[in-house]
Every structure is written in structure tokens, then in C-alpha cells.
Design a protein around this ligand. Sequence first.
Ligand SMILES: Cc1cc2nc3c(=O)[nH]c(=O)nc-3n(C[C@H](O)[C@H](O)[C@H](O)COP(=O)(O)OP(=O)(O)OC[C@H]3O[C@@H](n4cnc5c(N)ncnc54)[C@H](O)[C@@H]3O)c2cc1C
Length: 397
Amino acid sequence: MEHFDCVVIGGGMVGAASALSLAQLGLKVALVEQFAPKSFSLEQPLDLRVSAISLASQNLLKQLGAWQQVLNWRTSPYKRLGVWEHDSAYVEFNAEDIKQEHLGDIVENRLIQLALWQQIDITDNVHSFSPDSLISLTQEDGKANLTLTNTKITAKLVIGADGAQSKVRQMSGIGLTGWDYQQSAMLINVETSLAQQDITWQRFSPTGPVAFLPLPGKSSLGGYASLVWYHQRDEITRLSRLSNAQLGMEVLKHFPQQLGDIKVIDKGAFPLTRRHANSYQHKRVLLVGDAAHTINPMAGQGVNLGFKDVAALQHVIADAIAHGEAWHDEKVLARYEQKRRKDNLLMMSTMDGLYASFSHPSPVVKAFRNLALLAVNKVPFLNTTIKNKALEYACGL
Ligand SMILES: Cc1cc2nc3c(=O)[nH]c(=O)nc-3n(C[C@H](O)[C@H](O)[C@H](O)COP(=O)(O)OP(=O)(O)OC[C@H]3O[C@@H](n4cnc5c(N)ncnc54)[C@H](O)[C@@H]3O)c2cc1C
């Protein structure tokens, strides 16, 4: 039976980054993934699943040697972020305000995963088991025993990066708190009459926000974009059943004018759920990414939190190795949760606060939230301090 220092279950964006970051410390790592990602070529249409990758996440991906490959393939950087409900209370954040060239990039999830997998392929001390799947996990005498579909392995540390329905979490007996939001999100890839833009925007309304994320490339109409439409579940179900042409007409009716003309090319609906693992650790098992937390994607922070988990875990283990500690000691591993739990909770609560405030139907609450947005834009003190702090926080700086 082969023995590893660490086994990472789940080779999505966060799991692949975890495996590489632990290998960088000289540890012998196994990565187990049930579905290998489809390889990439430029002719392929844009994937539906995209993420706004913050500057902090880009720094981690650079350190792991994956970011340049993502840039070589395709991304859409954005410099501005527009937020409003009432037209007169439009707030715009600009990268220049925090002395950055841009605020982030919109990237297809699969490209990030593939760029990380390319690095894994050339890293001697990571062994990939894929396609393979976790069947059982037990812990005894300071080591973990894992049965995969095709083999059995043991490890000093197991990282659960197997997403929201994490088997690692369930098999370790770690409970969850969470709830389903009333809203679902529909992702809609469109051709736009406007060329690629340097802005991402979100207009709030009591039924849920609508958002625009620029995508790379030139289309017959002009450019491409990913639209996100949040609404009550029933309405999203109704919209999902429409043809692309019918959905396009609904989009033009409900999105703000700055969208321009569009043609729908792809669509998909996703339920929104908040989950937080009651603990990120059970002995020598740790949870990262969506296995530990899922949040409302309104501000595009889900995978960015996952990448912060990866950076924190690497830091904790590197520090232990540097100080001659047993890096796999449960007391050392506990430092990871100490570093991450509060930060994840703060972001989850901030998103819930925004969700509750902007979905409140009362005209009084609506007036207050628009006044607050107006104040952020017009009052100099708020403009330079709160606005820039919020922006730095969103960029992970
Ligand atoms: C509508 C929507 C929009 C979003 N937009 C953004 C955004 O703009 N920015 C952002 O930061 N985040 C965004 N997110 C969140 C982001 O998509 C997730 O946080 C991110 O994908 C989580 O990555 P992960 O690697 O933790 O999990 P996953 O992507 O779920 O990966 C888990 C992996 O584990 C594998 N796996 C599962 N079980 C097993 C098993 N038993 N054995 C082996 N392998 C297994 C799976 O095949 C998968 O590859 C959005 C989410 C939604 C729903």
C-alpha cells in the first residue's frame, strides 16, 4: 500500500492548488479526482462557469506557476466595478483608487483547473489518481487509511477539497450549518453588441440583482459577456425553460440599458446555498474551499476564499517545518482553522447582510440603502476611506 504525506481529495480549482502548494514544501502528495477536466483549445466556446479571480488569488496562482498559462489562454481583466439600485445612486469603484492596474480577471473555472493540472504533471512529488474516487476514509494511530475505487493508500494528512457535497466531511463526521437562499442564479453567456469592456457591474433590485461580467474575444455582434440573473427559484425555473431567443428578449426587458444588444448563446441555473462546516478539522483531516464553506456568489468571492484557505494552510505547514515541529501534529493543523474561520465567516455574513438588505421590499429600507450608496459616492471622507477599504477587501489585499 503506497504511503503519502498528504492526500488531497478533489482536483477542482482549490484541490489542485492545495496539492501543488503542499508539494512546494517538499511533501509527497497524492491528488484524487473523479473527473479529469476536458483539455482546452482556443476554438472552444466560452464555458458557462466563470469566476472573478481577485488580485490575491492571482498572486497565489502566480506562485504556483499557473497564472501565466491562464493569461496565455484567455481571461478578461476589469478595472472598474459599478454597483447601483436607483440610477441616481450609482457607485463606481476604480482600480486607480487603490493604485492597481486592474481589480481582477473573469476566467473560466476549467482554465484555472487545467493550468494547475499542467503544473502538477511536471511536479515529481505529486501523484494524480484520476479518474478515481474516494470510497472510504478511516483514521487510526496517527494516520489515515483511504480506499479509492482502484487502490488503497495511507497518508499523514487528508485534505477534503471535494466541494459542497464533500464525502471527506461526511466520512469525518463533521456537521454543517446552513440554509438555502430563496433565490437561484442563472448564468447566461451572451454575445454583446459592445466590444470587450473593462467593467463588471451589478444592479440590485428587491427580486435579486442582475450582473454583467465581461468575457474575452470578439463575436459577430461585438464581444462576449457572462450575465448573472438572481431571482426567486420559480422564476429562474421558468426562465430556464425558455429558448435562447425568448430568454434574450426577457434579458433585454429586465437588464439595464448599458447592456446594449445581446444574443444568448448558453445558459444554466444554480441553486444558492450557504453552508459552513462546524469544524475545518477532524484529527488529521482538514477541509478547504467549498467543502468547508459555500456562500452567496453575489460578490464573486467563493473560490477566492478557497484560495485564501490554500495560502493559509501552506503558511501553517511551512512555518511548522521551518521551526522543526511535526507539521502533521493535530495541534499544528489546528492553526489552519484559527487563521481561516473568522475571515470566511466575515465574508459570509457580509454577503448575507447585502442579500437581506437589498432583497428587502420595504420602500423605507430601499430609500435608506440608496442613500447609503449615494453617501459613499458623494461624501469625501466615506468616498476615500470606506470605498477604498471595501475595494481592497474585495480584491483580497
Ligand atoms: C452561480 C455561481 C457563480 C459563482 N461565481 C464565482 C465568482 O465569480 N468568483 C468566485 O470566487 N467564486 C464564484 N463561485 C463559487 C465557486 O464556483 C466555488 O467556490 C468553487 O468552484 C469551489 O471550488 P472547489 O475546488 O472548492 O470545489 P469544486 O469546484 O466543487 O471541486 C470539487 C472537486 O472534487 C471532485 N470530487 C468530489 N467528490 C469526489 C470524490 N469522492 N472523489 C474524488 N473527487 C471528488 C469533483 O469532481 C470536483 O472536481 C460561484 C458559484 C456559483 C454557484
